[in-house]
Design a binder for this molecule. Structure first.
Ligand code: FAD
Length: 478
């Protein structure tokens, strides 16, 4: 008996429940990847994600070949590709792990229905979440919109099952169907922007394992405090690996739990980190239950928020890291160079875009979508709507981050700012966070001319804050 195993964003061999089920069900398993970004609505993978995908698929294929198997690559409508592969391999079934983006859910539902109608066996599993989005409900039987009770409910459940071991055999076939070469998917932009990502990341299952090891050995113990400091390697940097399923959340969960066992010193860091994994679960819960949220606010009254007219030039300055708010500019340049931005800085950069510049949160979400290696529809939507104050568990509208205070608090010695904004590096620590407020003599001494070497803030912080508050107050009380 032959079956197809459809790899999607579960690019790993260990703890892969649908792969395990396929291997248990058949003598021969044909692993398939189908590139069909047009079936993901407006949210086909962005530039940085396509680079990651390319690398991760290449590594997965290599791993499969180590086991005498291989990855069959196709491109087009997923249903057509599966249809033709079923015919050419005489396979009787298709196995896959579920995804939760609205357009993909809808497409997969149709595919499953079609397969069953045609007499094929179709089987999907949960390989991406600790708990399925529909499993947790409030006392009233509704989906959660607030994180804390969601997390309470999640952490009250039994701990997730132990991860599955890597399979010993992949049940290769003797006759492989034709496959595209990875290059034919044209995942790279052609302008070489992505080349530099190589120096910062190691896509693939082995890279995910290394990142996990590094985090457990070097950062878990101090995670609670160090996670907020952008110049410190205080977080796991597992987000792209989790997004592409190179490590499963339950593998991560159990690695952390076993490190915590009997070690009081890592107990606090451990739970703080697992709670972040809980935010990922919450974001998927909200995305699945409220499928309009990638493009529209969770709460519809925020649809009327009066964004700044003609904001395009401001958005461009924000993208380029030329806002005159150093912590924002440093973050935007980190993003451009590495495909990543520290979470604390993401919150500040997003707040300045939506509150001070008052540009639509979607304009920021789209830029992140194209440039983040961890771009993830659930987490990105959650992050932006949280920042804009229009989403699940968002900060109340009257709480607006002060980017200068945040910068002084979380990067007191300016190490992060100096790394990404070398033009400011000679300023004393005290003035680094707000060069436009520095005395002329200090600027002169540091060799910095405002407007020429570094911009003044493109919007005045105090007055833009007042305008944002007034606009939000009007919407909130409407
Ligand atoms: P760690 O601190 O090590 O956290 C562990 C894991 O928990 C992360 O890998 C991630 O999977 C999850 N996690 C942590 N924080 C959050 C959070 N706030 N929401 C949901 N999951 C979380 N994260 C993405 O994965 N993809 C995105 O596209 C994304 N966009 C964001 C946009 C904005 C405006 C903001 C404010 C946050 C966004 N985040 C996003 C959340 C967060 O910034 C990243 O998950 C985190 O910085 C990744 O680094 P890490 O793996 O070292 O995190």
């Amino acid at each position: 008996k032959t079956v197809l195993f459809w790899f999607r964003r579960d690019l790993r061999l260990s703890d892969n429940p649908a792969l395990r089920a396929a291997l248990n069900a058949a003598d021969r398993v044909v692993p398939v990847y189908i590139h069909s970004p047009h079936e993901e609505g407006d949210w086909g993978p962005g530039g940085a994600s396509r680079w990651w995908l390319m690398k991760s698929l290449a590594r997965l294929d290599r791993r499969l070949r180590d086991h005498d198997s291989r990855l069959i690559i196709r491109q087009g409508d997923a249903l057509d590709c599966l249809h033709s592969l079923l015919a050419s391999t005489a396979a009787e079934a298709v196995f896959w792990n579920r995804l939760y983006e609205p357009a993909v859910v809808e497409r997969d539902r149709k595919i499953k229905e079609w397969l069953k109608q045609q007499g094929y066996h179709a089987e999907s599993h949960n390989g991406a979440l600790l708990v399925e989005p529909w499993e947790l409900r409030t006392g009233k039987g509704e989906p959660y919109r607030v994180f804390t009770p969601f997390w309470r409910a999640l952490s009250k459940r039994d701990e997730p099952d132990s991860p599955l071991q890597k399979p010993r055999t992949l049940r290769p076939t003797a006759q492989w169907p034709s496959s595209l070469a990875l290059d034919e998917l044209k995942l790279l932009s052609g302008i070489g922007w992505e080349d530099k990502l190589e120096t910062h990341w190691q896509p693939g299952e082995a890279g995910a394992g290394d990142a996990m090891d590094r985090f457990l050995d070097q950062a878990l113990v101090d995670y609670k405090t160090a996670r907020d400091l952008p110049d410190v390697s205080g977080t796991s940097r597992l987000s792209p690996h989790l997004h592409f399923g190179e490590i499963s959340p339950r593998q991560a969960w159990h690695r952390v739990r076993s490190r915590m066992a009997g070690q009081a010193a890592v107990e606090e860091g451990g739970w703080t980190w697992l709670r972040e994994l809980g935010w990922r679960e919450f974001a998927h819960h909200v995305l699945f239950e409220f499928p309009h949220t990638p493009d529209q606010p969770l709460y519809s009254r925020w649809q009327d928020f009066p964004w700044r007219k003609n904001h395009e030039a401001f958005v461009l300055a924000w993208q380029r890291g030329e806002t005159g708010y150093p912590i924002v500019d440093a973050g935007m340049r980190e993003l451009w160079e590495t495909g990543y931005m520290h979470n604390r800085v993401r919150m500040i950069a997003a707040s300045v875009l939506v509150k001070n510049i008052r540009a639509p949160w979607l304009s920021g979400a789209k830029w992140f979508w194209d440039t983040l290696v961890d771009a993830d529809l659930a987490n990105n939507t959650m992050g932006w709507q949280w920042s804009a104050g229009c989403g699940a568990d968002a900060a109340p509208y009257f709480r607006i981050f002060n980017p200068f205070t945040q910068s002084r608090r979380f990067d007191p010695e300016g190490r992060y700012l100096r790394r990404w904004l070398p033009e400011l590096s000679k300023l004393p620590d005290r003035d680094l966070h707000a060069p436009h407020e520095a005395a002329d003599g200090i600027l002169h001494h540091a060799g910095l001319r405002l407007d020429r070497d570094y911009p003044r803030p493109i919007v005045d912080y105090k007055s833009s804050r007042e305008e944002a508050l007034a606009a939000a107050r009007a919407v909130a009380s409407a």
